[in-house]
Design a protein around this ligand. Structure first.
Ligand code: BJW
Ligand code: ZN
Length: 248
C-alpha cells in the first residue's frame, strides 16, 4: 500500500466535509469515451464543431448524431464499482458532496444523492431558441423540433462559451469553500470553471487530492496525487475507510 493512499484513508476518516469532483475518466471503465488524450473524442473531432452552439447551428445533423451515439452508449452501459463506492462513502460519512462534469447520470444511478451536474445531462433536452425543456418523449434517433416555436431541440448540456447552470454552480462553489477535503477524480482539469474549484478549496485551506492514472493540469498543485484507475482506487478507499471507522 502506498503512503499516499494511507494518508488519504486517514484524511477521509477525519474530514467533516468532503467534495468529490468527477470528470470523464470516472466513467471510462463503464465503457464511455473520454474527451482528451489519444483515445478521446477530441483526438478525432474538433470540439467547437460538436460542443458549441455555433457547431450545432452549422451542422445540427452531425452534432445530433454524435449525441445520439453517446446517448445509446450511456443507456447500454452502467455505473461501475467506483461509482458505488462513492455512494457507500456518502452514506457512511458526515457530509460528502459529488460535483460532476459528466452528463451520463451514473452517480445518481448508483444511488449518490444530491449530485451537482455542472455540464447538464445527456438524457435531457431543450429548445435551442426558446429554452423549453423536453425531458421526455424525445426520440433520440431523429432531430426534433420544438412544438412551441419550431426551433431545433438540442441536448440539455453545457457547450463551450455557454454559462453553467447558475444555481448548481453557486452550490458547487459554496460546498467547495466549506470543505476540508477536495478530491478530483478522472478529470484533466482543463475546462473552467470546474477546473478552478480545487484551487478555490485549497485557498480556503482544504487538502486537495487527485486520483488519475495520468498527469493533469492539477497534478503539480494537488497536495496528494494517487496514480490509478477510479474503478480500482475507490473500492480500496471504501474498504479501508470502513475498517478505520469500525475500529474507532
Ligand atoms: C481516468 C481514467 C480512469 C482516464 N480513472 N481517471 C478560464 C480560463 C480559460 C478558459 C476559460 C475560462 N473560463 C471559461 C473558459 C472557456 C471554456 C474553457 O474552459 N476552455 C478551456 C478548454 C480553455 N469554458 C467554457 O466555455 C464553459 N463556460 C463558461 O465558462 O461560461 C462562462 C464564459 C463564457 C464565455 C467566455 C468566458 C466565460 C463551458 C464548458 C463546457 C464544457 N463542455 C464539454 C462538452 C459538453 C458536455 C458533454 O457533451 O458531455 O464538457 S467539453 C468536455 O470537457 C465536457 C467535459 O465535461 C469537459 C471536461 O472534460 P473532463 O471530464 O475533464 O474529461 P477529459 O477527457 O478532459 O479528461 C479525462 C481524464 O480522465 C484524463 O485526465 C484521464 O487521464 C483520466 N482518466 N481513465 C480515472 N479509469
Ligand atoms: Zn422552442
Amino acid at each position: 500500500m502506498t503512503d499516499n493512499l494511507e494518508i488519504l484513508f486517514q484524511k477521509i476518516t477525519h474530514a467533516s466535509k468532503i467534495v468529490i469532483l468527477t470528470g470523464a475518466g470516472m466513467s471510462a471503465e463503464s465503457g464511455l469515451q473520454t474527451f482528451r488524450g489519444a483515445k478521446g473524442f477530441w483526438s478525432k473531432h474538433n470540439p467547437m464543431e460538436l460542443a458549441s452552439k455555433e457547431g450545432f447551428t452549422k451542422d445540427p445533423e452531425l452534432v445530433w448524431k454524435w449525441y445520439q451515439e453517446r446517448y445509446n452508449n450511456v443507456e447500454h452501459n452502467k455505473p461501475h464499482e467506483g461509482h458505488f463506492a462513492i455512494t457507500a462513502l456518502q452514506e457512511m460519512l458526515q457530509e460528502l458532496t459529488v460535483i460532476t462534469q459528466n452528463v451520463d447520470g451514473y452517480h445518481q444511478q448508483s444511488g449518490t444523492k444530491d449530485v451537482l451536474e455542472l455540464h447538464g445531462s445527456i438524457v435531457k433536452f431543450k429548445c435551442l431558441d426558446c429554452d423549453r425543456k423536453y425531458n421526455e418523449a424525445i426520440i433520440p434517433d431523429v432531430l426534433n423540433n420544438c412544438n412551441h416555436c419550431n426551433g431545433l431541440i438540442r441536448p440539455d448540456v453545457v457547450w463551450f462559451g455557454e454559462q453553467l447552470p447558475h444555481n448548481t454552480l453557486k452550490e458547487a462553489e459554496e460546498k467547495t469553500l466549506q470543505c476540508d477535503l477536495f478530491m478530483s477524480i478522472g478529470t484533466s482539469s482543463e475546462v473552467y470553471p470546474a477546473a478552478g474549484l480545487p484551487l478555490l478549496a485549497q485557498q480556503k485551506g482544504a487538502t486537495v487530492v487527485e486520483i488519475n492514472p495520468y498527469e493533469t493540469a492539477l497534478s503539480n498543485k494537488a497536495d496528494i496525487v494517487i496514480r490509478g484507475l477510479a474503478k480500482e482506487i475507490l473500492p480500496t478507499v471504501l474498504r479501508n475507510v470502513k475498517n478505520k471507522i469500525q475500529r474507532n
